[in-house]
Design a protein around this ligand. Structure first.
Ligand code: LLP
Length: 429
């Protein structure tokens, strides 16, 4: 396994930046997510540099769903990121983190009237996903005496090489407006009193390890941009979504970096727009590629069992990291207190949840594992804590941020009191 450059093994212990993962586990307890802020900054700067090498007129809207901790949003806000926001909660957190309303795009295929009203109130652009939503938004903005700027989400009908549950631009997907209806959508928006179409949006899927599908999506977007320009839309931005994957199988997966992505996508966009004689800003919405590799989930070994397999029973399960159970995702695991030891035994790492599918890592060669060891699950910064639950009435674990020599809690552990906090006693009990 090749550890990423911000991680390493020293004196038999796994390190995240300057921090010994075994000491972190002892200090904060397990399970715990630990995030390296410096890595997030490095990932962001690398992505931005890759894009701006081609054009300065680009904006990065971090996909807040990947990791919505306020501290993570603040780190990215200070770097100049905006955000792709998908709910009222994400809108509020992004604004609290210091992001500018004009750098947010409110996405989603099922927004409520309250969501639309929030966008209007906070002056946030909306990526409209249906004719119905367009009409509702026009009414909501009219009621507020306001005008709201929008894009439409285009469904580019593209197959992408990823897990079917995270491919979002298929013709059969619930997201976006089919290309055959998109001109009518813009025509209707042009005729609205309180809505102004100024952008165009798409997002083809997630964890994509090939840059070609992004180029195909960019071609569709440029073509549709030409058609909507012809009917009188003045495009201020073209948002091609996120989706660039990361090498979860370290040493095996070949993942194109943001440079390869930009080198393929930017020429398609820039040459296409130049031919059309228009110059909207280009927006991208990376999530995983900014935060995915920043974080380890440290989980303690409760017991080891030799049955038909050798099971390592740890204290984190799909309550904290659902990706393996939900998408059969692969995450590297490292015995953090024996990081230099050779792999000698095959183990399956299982969580404490009352389900057979609660497996974090199946059939992995590891050093000998025993009670009290600390297992680090790598690349858990994206869609880790943000998809966690309290299943089996397990309070969620804390999140810690490290930066250089510094370390601090960025979310405390939940308690049983937190489980109870939102429950109401029934009047007839
Ligand atoms: N923009 C939109 C509109 C999105 O829906 C998403 C992700 C992104 C951007 C960011 O995509 P990324 O760069 O992170 O691939 N829970 C799944 C991934 C779901 C992605 C949802 N949308 C997983 O754990 O793999």
């Amino acid at each position: 396994m090749n550890l990423p450059s911000h991680m390493g093994a020293r004196g038999g212990h796994l390190y995240l930046g300057a921090h010994d993962c075994v000491s972190l586990a002892a200090e904060f307890g397990t399970p715990v997510f630990v995030t390296d802020e410096d890595r997030i900054r490095e990932n962001f700067r690398r992505f931005r540099a890759a894009l701006t090498r081609h054009s300065p007129a680009v904006r990065i809207l971090y996909a807040a769903k990947a990791n919505g901790n306020l501290s993570v949003l603040q780190t990215l806000a200070r770097e100049g990121a905006g955000a792709d926001v998908f709910s009222a909660g994400e809108v509020n957190l992004a604004l609290l983190a210091g992001m500018q309303p004009e750098h947010l795009l409110f996405n989603g295929s099922s927004k409520s009237r309250a969501d639309l009203a929030l966008a209007v109130e906070k002056n946030i652009r909306v990526s409209v996903d249906s004719f119905d939503e367009l009409r509702q938004l026009d009414t909501v903005a009219g009621d507020a005496g306001a005008e709201v700027e929008i894009s439409f989400r285009v469904n580019p009908a593209l197959e992408v090489p990823t897990h079917p549950k995270i491919a979002t631009g298929l013709s059969t997907s619930k997201f976006g407006i089919p290309a055959g209806q998109i001109l009518d959508a813009y025509r209707e928006a042009l005729a609205c009193t309180h809505v102004r179409p100024v952008g165009m949006h798409c997002h083809i899927g997630s964890q994509i390890l090939d840059v070609e599908p992004f180029a195909r999506a960019a071609e569709v977007m440029v073509q549709v941009a030409g058609e909507v320009t012809d009917i009188g839309v003045d495009l201020a931005f073209l948002d091609i979504g996120g989706g660039l994957g990361i090498p979860y199988r370290r040493g095996e997966d070949v993942a194109p970096g943001p440079e390869a992505y930009a080198d393929v996508v930017m020429p398609v966009v820039l040459e296409g727009l130049a031919q059309l004689g228009i110059s909207p800003e280009l927006w991208v919405e990376p999530g995983r590629s900014l935060v995915g590799d920043s974080t380890v989930l440290l989980t303690g070994v409760n017991s080891v069992k030799s049955a038909h397999k050798r099971f390592v029973n740890v204290d984190a399960g799909f309550n904290l990291l659902v990706r393996p159970a939900m998408y059969d995702s692969y995450h590297e695991v490292v015995v953090a207190n024996r990081a230099d030891a050779p792999p000698v035994q095959e183990y399956t790492v299982t969580g404490p949840i009352c389900e057979t599918g609660d497996i974090l890592a199946a059939d992995r060669m590891l050093p000998v594992v025993e009670e009290g060891d600390v297992i680090a699950v790598l690349d858990t910064g994206a869609y880790g804590f943000s998809m966690s639950s309290q299943y089996n009435s397990r309070p969620r674990c804390p999140e810690v941020m490290v930066s250089g020599e510094r370390k601090a809690l960025m979310r405390r552990a939940e308690t049983v009191g937190d489980l109870l906090a939102t429950m109401e006693p029934l009047p007839w009990h």
